[in-house]
Design a protein around this ligand. Sequence first.
Ligand code: THU
Length: 124
Amino acid sequence: MTSEELVERAEAAAVNAYAPYSNYRVGASLLARDGRVFDGVNVENAAYPLGVCAERTAIAKAASEGVRPGEVEAIGITASPCGGCRQWLHEWRIGRVSFRRADGSIAEYGADELLPDTWDLPGS
Ligand code: THU
């Protein structure tokens, strides 16, 4: 799938976001190397810090179905990923990260471009 297709799929998925507090709906569509696609949305909570971002939902869905770091070809997101999600994208060694910029264009990066000099657990 192209970056455009993944971002458009994420935009369609975002209608399922559970975002009653921010009213900001985010979607993320993850393409595994075996061809499976996992859609995620942000899921908020009345205890605000417990909310989960769309990217992490998509990764957690993929992990739950057996996908491992290095087995993800690409992810498309409705907007630029937050700092915490960039650490998740790094952990999962996602080859291509794309998202919709505020001006409507599609941004495309390698995961490590989004988080230079990345922190890794020593020995891992
Ligand atoms: N959000 C995401 O889902 N992904 C991001 O990368 C940035 C922020 C969500 C979290 C929260 O539900 C809402 O956007 C407002 O911060």
